[in-house]
Every structure is written in C-alpha cells, then in structure tokens.
Design a protein around this ligand. Structure first.
Ligand SMILES: Nc1ncnc2c1ncn2[C@@H]1O[C@H](COP(=O)(O)OP(=O)(O)OP(=O)(O)O)[C@@H](O)[C@H]1O
Length: 777
C-alpha cells in the first residue's frame, strides 16, 4: 500500500531538508505533483500526461481546502471565490503569481488556471472561448525551443481577466521583454521563434512562391536547420491552428498576408552578407544580391534605398544631412537590428490586436473586478549573461520582494498586532539588491541611462562607473578583466554579467533613415508598425502611418530607454499586484533532461532554497497556515450573545492554540461588554443629572413668578429679583456609545448605507480571519 504523505508541508513534524525532500520525492513518485505550504502551492513538473485534469477538477468549486488533494484548480477556485468576496474580506482584485525556472511548468500552470477559471464562471460564450484560443497565437510568435524547454516563453506576460460579478467581461494581456535577439541568433541546441518553422512547414507550395519563401535550410537566421518529417508534420498542424486563431481574433486578410510577407522578409534579410572592395568600400556580396532584391520586394521598399540604409547612416545636423558610411560590422548590425525591430513590432501589434478583441464591452462606470495571472521568465544564470538576463533577473528580484513582503513582513506584522508572542523569522531581504538596481540617480539602471545618453560612451565606461560607485556595495562585485564584466549577488545566487552591447540595447533606437524607409513601405502593415509609438512602459501603440516622411516628433521627443521602460512597466505591475489579494504557485523542475519520473534531489533542493521555500515552510508551520472560509469557520465556531445591544460575535477557535486564542478572545470580549456597560451607566447618570437640574430650575422659576404676583397685589415696591440659575451647558456627549466601544476595542467602523433600523457592520481583524460584529439598536 502506498504511504500517505502530508499534503501540506506546514504539517511536517520534522523540518529539515532531508524530510522535506523525502515527502516531495515520495509524493512525486505517486504522481502527486502538487503540495501545499499553507496557502502556497508547490507544483513539480511531471513531464508526462496525468489524468488529474479531467472531470474531477469540477470538484474544485467552492471547495473546502482540506477536503480535496492539493491542485492547481484549487488556486483558481480560491482566487475566483475571493474575487467574488465569498471568502474572507480583503481586496477584491486577485493576482496569481507563478514562478519557477525555465521549463518548471509556469505556462502550463497558467493555461490550467485560465481554463479552470473559465469553467468556474460557466464560460461558454464567444469571449471566453476567445480568451482561451489566443494562446496558440501568442505562443507561436513568443515561444521557442531552448535547451531548457521545447516550448519556452521568450516573453513575460500578465493576463488580466476582468469580471462583472461572476461573469468574465474581458481580458488584457501585458507583455514584457520579448527576447528579440533570438530572431538573429540562437545558441547551440536552440531555435528561432516557432512561427518561422510553422510557416515554412504549413504554407502551401503556391503561397510559398507568392511570399518568396525558399527551402528552410537556406536561411541563416534558422541556422540552416529544419525539423525531421514527424516534427514538420506537427508544425503543419500548428500553422493551421495559428491561422484559425488569427481568424478568430479578427485579423483582416490583408493583415495576415502582410504579416507573412514581413516574416519572409526577415528571413531573406538575414541572408544578406557584406564584403569590402579593394578600395575599402562596402558592398553586398555577389552571392547575396538576390537576397537583397527579395528582401526589398518582401518589405515593399526600393532596393537601392534598402541598401543605403544598411550601408550608411544619415543624420541631420543644423539642417545639413551628413552621411556616415558603415564598416562591415556596422552594416551587419544594421541588418540585424532591422530584423529585430520588425519582428518585435509584429509581436507588439498582435498583442494589441488581441487586447482590442478582448477589451470589456461595458459602460465605463461599471465596476469590474480582476484576476491577474503573472507568468514571467524565471531567474537566469547562463555562461554569458547579457542585458536581457539583467532585466529578467531584476523582474525576479521584484517578484521575490513581493513574495517576501506578503509571506514574511505582512504575516509577522499581523502576529505582532495581534499580540502573539512570536520568534521573528529571518529571511533574505532583497531590498538592498532592488535599491542597487533602481535607486535614482545612482542605481545601475540610472547609470546605464546616463551613459547611453553620451554618443561616445562605451560599455567599458559604464562598467567603470559601476565599479567606482558600487565597489563597496554588499551585492556588487568588481571583476578585473579586459571584457566589461561585473557581478551581482542576487537572492538566487551570484550572476556575472557581460556588459558588451548594454548601451546599444538600452538605447534601442531605430536610425531615422531606416524608420523613414519603412514608413514609406508599400506593405501597409510595415508602414503602420514603423509609424507606431511606444508607450512609457514599452507597449506598442499602432497608429496610421504618415506615408510621406517620418514625422519629426519621433526624433524630437525624448525616447525612453529600454531599461527605463522596463523599470516603469515593473512599477505599474507591482502597483496592481500590491493592491490585489495574492496567490502563489511555485513551479519546480524535477530534472534537467525533461524526463518523466526522475527527480534530481539537488536540483529540487536548490530551487526550494533560492525560492525561500524553507523559510516559508517554517513561517507557515509555526504560524497560522490555515485560513478557513468565513462560512466554513462560522458553521463550526459561531456563538451568539445578547444583552441590551444585540451582539453577535463570532469567535475564532482553531484547533491549535485553542486555549490561548479563546482566552485572549474572551478577555477582549469581556472588556468590550464592560465598556458598553460603563458607557451606558455613564449616559444614564448624565441624563438623570440633567433631569434633576431642569426640575430645580423650573421650581425656582415658579417661585419667582409667584413672588412677583404677590408683590404686585400688595402694591409694594418690588424686592430685588432672585437671579435665575444659568442654564448649564450640556456636558459634551461622547460621539456615540458604539464609536467609543469600537475605539476601545481597536476596531474600525465601515460605513454602510443607513437604513430605518440603524445597523452598522464592523470588521474585526482577529488573527488570520476577518469577522463581523453586527450591532443593531
Ligand atoms: N502539469 C503538467 N503536466 C504535464 N506536463 C507538464 C506540466 N507542466 C509542464 N509540463 C511539461 O513541461 C514543459 C515545460 O513547461 P512550461 O512551458 O509550462 O514551462 P515554463 O516554466 O513556462 O518555461 P519557460 O519559462 O521556459 O517558458 C511543457 O511543455 C510540458 O511538456
């Protein structure tokens, strides 16, 4: 019989790495890939089909956490119910953060979450189908085969699902940092973006001719390699799926044709090679003359203009156009940067089209709640780490900070507020690393921007600046080398960065002559893409092209650097996430060879360690890891009392710490009652005093009136009048009994609309639950 292993690591009796691994390995062997740490889900990638996503997932609907085995659908259910306000009160918007290294299963988890949320809101309308079906399109253009993962997302995404009450009304996709450099270069064992292979495999012979496509092995940007027949067959099916998705998203025929033509143009462009002549001039090699002609045709521009934009740069200084001839390296860089920009813009445009389609069609005054799902690249540490890795690792630092904030800071703050004796848990606070990156004016990104603004500055200058500013910083290490290297000690380990190309990638400018060339292209989509502006967060904003000349605003407005755009987009993302109720899924990769039923203990332990999961287990184990639903909790522990004011107070009695908690609870409750009684007694006494004084005043008034009458009758001069006692100013009343009581009990009132029967509900934050006290008078 199979051993019953704990479903929640917070319940482990022994907390050491050995027992932790034993439980995870044991569960993995039994195909139990999901395990809880309190309310956090750990998911180990099975690398094989499991039948746990079939009919039984329908049980994960308003389910009690303890009644069903841990599952990704439980996270979807919890987020959905919280968004509807059916669980403990808190922010209505929810966010699910999925993290893990490449190939750990983030994207699969995202798809499962989306699918289950659609299931929960009984989605079968067109919109819900569209939300699920845009995935193949995004994956085709944004994913690629890497050594870590055959279907690796080469961009980060935050999907915001928007709901009106329980039904989904729209969605928005925010994309982050598409790895554009993959278009022109892939490391050994890796491929270009899927779409190139899908297109070459799936396109008909007739269309191949129309788009000017040749044998796939002839393209340098594909490393001259293509797939075996079974692979090609799978790509063919994928191509049909992408084409369907484009129809469904609402791409016009012309747009689809243009898109394919641009992709074909990118492939041809990659084959243009340059050589120097005897006179040191640069020219396109004889062998690639045909490729130049093909590219110009596919991009809808003149061949000579394309050649000029590759071999020289034109800049305008004081009204005078100055031409600078490129050397061979510069011409190759210009070629590659056109390919990267064109591809990046096609991708940005697809995302904007998808967002247009999925935008909520409701009045703007309708309040929509949101569930956001963040699927973003994991921490990266390669043999050579470049600008892209720096940005990716910065994003991961930011996410780790968000995780720490919720799991350690907020949790321990709450215990402190509740007066629970608590041994502080130390954890790796990565705020200093974030400061190292983001502080103005001397954070790494600010210094990079500063150097990028100097045309003469080099990557070496940038690293020298870093060395001089941060040589004593604890998370920075100077590397003495002729290549511009530096090391950052990240939360997940040391990463050495090679700064070659940092300034150019950060500037990411398109020379004005290239932009002008493409704006004037006869391929309408290309023209729109190059006329588009880029928002401060790096989002492409397509607009109608000006067909004659590039508009000068582009050059005059200060373009944001890639680093600044990324920093801003992270800040916007964090703002949204900090305002939402968080849910965490930590994906773990069991082995590097992507094999089922194999678990490499060291690899798993490393991931647990750098994700901070050991500390998380401790805090969840020693703390209050179980946060029951309000209804579930109320059914078990409700008690009702009444005494003049009806007080319905629901007390917390979770099995652990029961005595301690109930004593504290009772003490507070008695103090609350005593305060109510004291206030009422004081009020009664005050009213009695006021009544007595009023009676005395009326008596004196009566006496005085009678004396005056008597004096008038006797026609004698009146004696001096008896002064009337002054009407006393009423004693200041307390604001109200309730407000004083609530103040004494440290509670905050929540205003509710007044009704005939005055009723106010007060949320009482107590340990890990939110309760309601209802006072009715
Ligand atoms: N729950 C699962 N069941 C079966 N297979 C899975 C599951 N999760 C992941 N896989 C397998 O692992 C592969 C990698 O997963 P996925 O693409 O989700 O990783 P990732 O963390 O998103 O990686 P990257 O950061 O590179 O995009 C999938 O293509 C799939 O084959």
């Amino acid at each position: 019989m199979e051993e019953k292993l704990p479903e929640d690591l917070a319940n482990l009796s022994e907390l050491d790495e050995k027992s932790l691994l034993e439980v995870l390995t044991g569960r993995f062997t039994q195909n139990l890939i999901y395990t809880y740490i309190g309310d956090i889900l750990v998911a180990i990638n099975p690398f094989k089909y499991l039948s746990i996503y079939e009919k039984e997932v329908s049980q994960y609907k308003c389910h009690e956490k303890k009644s069903l085995p841990p599952h990704i659908c439980a996270v979807a259910d919890r987020a959905y119910q919280s968004m509807l306000g059916r669980l403990a009160t808190g922010p209505k918007n929810q966010c699910i953060v999925i993290s893990g290294e490449s190939g750990a299963g983030k994207t699969e988890s995202t798809k499962l979450l989306l699918r289950h949320i659609m299931e929960l809101c009984k989605a079968n309308s067109q919109l819900e189908q569209q939300i699920l079906q845009v995935n193949p399109l995004l994956e085709a253009f944004g994913n690629a085969q890497t050594v870590m993962n055959d279907n690796s997302s080469r961009f980060g995404k935050y999907i915001q699902l928007r709901f009106q009450n329980s039904s989904v009304k729209g969605a928005k996709i925010n994309e982050y940092l598409l790895e554009k450099s993959r278009v022109v270069h892939q490391d050994e064992g890796e491929q270009n973006f899927h779409i190139f292979y899908f297109m070459l495999a799936g396109i008909s012979t007739e269309d191949k001719e129309i788009y000017g496509l040749l044998d796939p092995t002839r393209y340098r940007y594909l490393n001259g390699r293509f797939g075996k027949e079974d692979m090609v067959q799978a790509w063919r099916l994928k191509y049909a799926e992408v084409w369907n998705a484009m129809d469904m998203v609402g791409f016009e025929e012309q747009e689809k044709v243009d898109m394919m033509t641009i992709l074909a143009g990118i492939l041809s462009l990659g084959n243009i090679a340059f050589e120097t002549t005897d006179s040191d001039a640069l020219k396109v090699s004889e062998a690639s003359r045909g490729w130049l002609k093909a590219t110009a045709g596919q991009f809808g521009v003149q061949e000579e203009d394309l050649l000029k934009s590759l071999t020289c740069t034109t800049s305008v200084t004081r009204g005078e156009a100055i031409q600078r001839l490129h050397n061979q390296q510069q011409a190759e860089d210009a070629r590659d940067s056109i390919a990267k920009v064109a591809y990046g813009r096609v991708f940005g445009w697809i995302v904007s089209k998808v967002n247009e389609l999925l935008a909520p069609k409701v009045d703007c005054d309708v309040e929509l709640n949101e569930i956001g799902i963040l699927d973003i690249f994991g921490f990266e540490n390669f043999a050579v780490n470049r600008f892209e890795q720096l940005c990716i690792n910065l994003a991961n630092e930011q996410l780790q900070y968000f995780f720490n904030h919720h799991i350690f800071l907020m949790e321990q703050k709450e215990y402190k507020e509740e007066g629970i004796t608590w041994e502080t848990i130390t954890y790796k606070d990565n705020k200093p690393i974030l400061d190292l990156f983001l502080t103005k004016p001397i954070g790494i990104l600010s210094l990079l921007d500063e150097q990028s603004a100097f045309p003469q500055a080099t990557d070496r200058n940038f690293v020298d600046k870093l060395n001089s500013k941060f040589k004593t910083a604890p998370n920075f290490e100077v590397v003495r080398n002729h290549t511009p290297l530096f090391t950052i000690v990240h939360y997940a380990g040391k990463v050495q960065y090679n700064a070659s190309g940092f300034l150019e990638k950060n500037r990411d400018t398109i020379p004005a002559n290239i932009r002008e060339l493409f704006i004037n292209s006869v391929t309408p989509l290309l023209s729109v893409l190059f006329a588009a502006t880029i928002s401060r967060t790096g989002t492409l904003m397509p607009r109608r092209a000006k067909l004659q000349v590039a508009d000068d605003n582009f050059n005059s407005t200060r373009k944001q650097s890639v680093g600044a755009q990324f920093k801003r987009s992270l800040a916007v993302l964090m703002e949204k996430m900090f305002a939402a109720g968080p849910h965490f899924v930590r994906c773990i990769k069991p082995n590097r060879s992507k094999q089922p039923d194999q678990l490499d203990s060291k690899l798993v332990m490393d991931q647990l360690r750098y994700n901070g999961l050991m500390e998380t287990i401790r805090i969840r184990r020693d703390g209050f890891s179980w946060r029951p639903k309000f209804r579930e909790f109320a059914e078990r522990f409700v008690c009702s009392l009444s005494c003049g004011i009806q007080v319905c107070l629901i007390l917390d009695c979770v099995s652990c710490c029961v005595d301690y908690r109930s004593r504290i609870c009772r003490r507070r409750y008695l103090a609350l009652l005593a305060e109510i009684r004291r206030q009422r007694q004081a009020q009664r006494e005050r009213e009695e005093r006021e009544e007595e004084e009023e009676r005395r005043r009326q008596q004196l008034e009566e006496e005085r009136r009678r004396r005056l009458e008597l004096e008038q009758e006797n026609r004698r001069p009146a004696s001096p009048p008896v002064p009337l006692p002054r009407k006393k100013k009423p004693e200041p009343r307390p604001r109200s009994v309730l407000s004083t009581v609530l103040k004494a009990a440290h509670l905050a009132p929540v205003p509710r609309p007044r009704s005939k029967l005055f009723e106010v509900c007060y949320p009482v934050k107590y340990y890990t639950c939110i309760y309601e006290i209802t006072f009715s008078t």
